[in-house]
Design a protein around this ligand. Sequence first.
Ligand code: SF4
Ligand code: MG
Length: 321
Amino acid sequence: AEALLEVEELRTHFPIRSGLLQRVSGHVKAVDGVSFQVRRGESFGIVGESGCGKSTTGRSLLRLLEPTSGRVRFDGEDVLALKDEALRRKRRDMQMIFQDPFASLNPRHRIGKILEEPLIVHGIGSAAERRERVARTMETVGLSAWQLDRYPHQFSGGQRQRVAIARALMLEPKLIVADEPVSALDVSIQSQILNLMQDLREQMGLTYVFIAHDLSVVKHFCDRVAVMYLGRVVEIADKRGLYREPRHPYTKALLSAAPSPVPGAAAERIVLQGDVPSPANVPEGCVFHTRCPVAMDVCRSQRPPLKIDGEGHGTACHLYP
Ligand code: SF4
Ligand code: MG
């Protein structure tokens, strides 16, 4: 299928200011040269530990954070070149869901008002049409129209995430970037929300970028997955390739740490030594070499590019030339 989203060499760096004069003394390279494509109708996972740049990547795609360089093409348009009004219009088609729905829903507004707001902002429909659409969307996400007069605190965590999904759906987007949408929920509720998102994808032809910190959450949900480490994609593959034949030592470690490792993929648990280095001080060579259990000399000086094979399985590691 055709690509809905094409990301090329995306970089989002933040200046570090220090001293009395607040001079720029360095950069946090939160996202440092990320490339991937997401096909129409696909669920694409981005996975990595906290601080790997996955959330910054998600926000940069929608320009909720301004990228430093690179290219983002969405539905045939160069997102990074869009000016204010054109960007605002484009955002109708690209919506975001966050980990903590409570923080993203105004506690002083009733749910009805929260859901109607995007329609008002974009000048869509008459008051009656908007109310109709709000009620319909509530039902689409498994809530009832009678709950529209309630406030966010009157909903459970899972229901609040349903409201957040409803809000994201109000403008009938093509793409939803979901940043750890189930991480804050009980395990029993997680699968309900994932099932809902899966149903919506089929019903509404949605495409997802699904950000998660662990590979088990995206395993059933995503068609393809990119594993990030220190601002870079270290491995990218379809689900089968990634879970059955993980290649990058970091992916293998992540899989071995998961609660139910895939048989054969990681026979024994790989425990990584040390901490993730600071993205303000990225190691030379392979970004993973300070923790890699199989690092070689070349890894300390030469950065392995992401090499993609004929099956679309990409690995950034000197072991896969
Ligand atoms: Fe490990 Fe070297 Fe591969 Fe990096 S390039 S993951 S350090 S083996
Ligand atoms: Mg995050």
